[in-house]
Design a protein around this ligand. Structure first.
Ligand SMILES: *[C@@H]1O[C@H](CO)[C@@H](O)[C@H](O)[C@H]1NC(C)=O
Ligand SMILES: *[C@@H]1O[C@H](CO)[C@@H](O)[C@H](O)[C@H]1NC(C)=O
Ligand SMILES: *[C@@H]1O[C@H](CO)[C@@H](O)[C@H](O)[C@H]1NC(C)=O
Ligand SMILES: *[C@@H]1O[C@H](CO)[C@@H](O)[C@H](O)[C@H]1NC(C)=O
Ligand SMILES: *[C@@H]1O[C@H](CO)[C@@H](O)[C@H](O)[C@H]1NC(C)=O
Ligand SMILES: *[C@@H]1O[C@H](CO)[C@@H](O)[C@H](O)[C@H]1NC(C)=O
Length: 263
């Protein structure tokens, strides 16, 4: 794959956003679960990314103190870069640093925005913190998330900083790859070591601002999932089976015994 990753990345704008929505109103609601609208949070990230990609060619951290309309205690780490679809097609984007064991993504060549856009802001988000992934993204039944959920999103630049400009990225060649970083400590949980063979990549669908696990597939490596394009992705490990119940159902007893039991 001829991806001139470092030169491409240095010629693109790359930034990091650290949002720490700290909404006291939401906390004051007591024990009731706070419903956070994921799409609303991502709209804030999108708008910040658009502003920063407009004015900055450096990696910058942006503390976001305002609580958006979707209140909640949500911690999002995001990075974004602006790329022409022609170079997306020709070169892809490599925004991983596997050596450092950090999360990131690789968009291979032969990826097109859908619907088509000449330039896109590619945004990579991680829902970090115990109140983010766990609260917003439920693992499939019997599984627990092993790492912060990651979202790969793309937005048409040409419409300006205007809502409703999300586009998909469709990989026509090699799949897109999402790196979750070092998972060995993330999933240890004091019980079992992380086992990528047994773990599952989880695809979440987000509708009306709420996420739902819709599919799982095998991991591509100890740290990465291959995916078809933009979306929300997680890694889940199977929960320990519950301990045997104190009164396990005994094998079906002979009829005579059962009659005695129920007599
Ligand atoms: C969530 O936020 C998005 C974008 O701001 C909005 O379009 C949608 O209506 C919201 N959903 C709910 C259930 O509030
Ligand atoms: C992307 O970066 C990673 C880590 O530096 C490297 O291992 C990989 O070969 C790169 N992929 C491409 C397509 O350049
Ligand atoms: C998560 O939210 C609860 C209250 O909703 C708060 O007490 C706790 O400190 C939060 N945890 C983190 C890591 O922010
Ligand atoms: C990890 O521990 C927490 C609380 O101790 C528990 O809720 C969760 O299910 C555990 N996860 C796994 C994968 O065992
Ligand atoms: C903003 O988006 C709306 C809905 O897609 C569209 O009608 C409007 O023309 C856009 N405005 C600009 C300045 O692009
Ligand atoms: C990892 O999981 C696979 C599939 O469940 C299993 O065959 C393998 O023995 C496990 N490896 C370890 C080191 O537990």
């Amino acid at each position: 794959m001829a991806v001139p990753s470092s030169s491409l990345l240095s010629s693109l704008l790359l930034l990091a956003l650290f949002l720490h929505h700290h909404c006291s109103a939401a906390q004051d609601r007591g024990s009731a679960a706070v419903v956070v609208n994921i799409s609303a949070v991502e709209d804030v990230v999108r708008d910040r990314a658009f502003e920063l990609l407009h004015r900055t060619d450096k990696l910058v951290g942006v503390p976001l103190t305002a609580c958006p309309s979707a209140c909640g205690l949500v911690e999002v780490q995001a990075s974004a870069l602006r790329v022409r679809s022609s170079s997306l097609w020709a070169d892809g984007v490599n925004a991983t640093d596997a050596a450092a064991g950090t999360a990131g993504f690789t968009v291979p060549p032969r990826v097109v925005p859908s619907p088509f856009a000449r330039r896109v802001d590619v945004v990579f988000e991680r829902f970090v913190g115990s109140n983010s992934s766990g609260a917003l993204f439920a693992a499939p039944p019997g599984y627990a998330l092993a790492a912060p959920v990651a979202a790969l999103l793309a937005y048409d630049v040409s419409t300006g900083n205007n809502g409703s400009r999300a586009v998909g990225l469709r990989a026509l060649g090699a799949p897109v790859r999402v790196e979750f970083g070092d998972l060995s400590s993330a999933a240890a949980n004091g019980t079992q070591p992380f086992n990528a063979t047994a773990a599952r990549c989880v695809t979440f669908a987000v509708a009306s601002g709420q996420a739902k696990a819709v599919a799982t597939h095998a991991m591509a490596s100890d740290t990465a999932c291959t995916v078809t394009g933009t979306g929300h992705y997680g890694v889940a490990v199977r929960l320990q089976p519950p301990p045997p119940s104190p009164t396990p159902p005994t094998p079906q007893p002979p009829a005579a015994v059962r009659e005695r039991w129920w007599a």
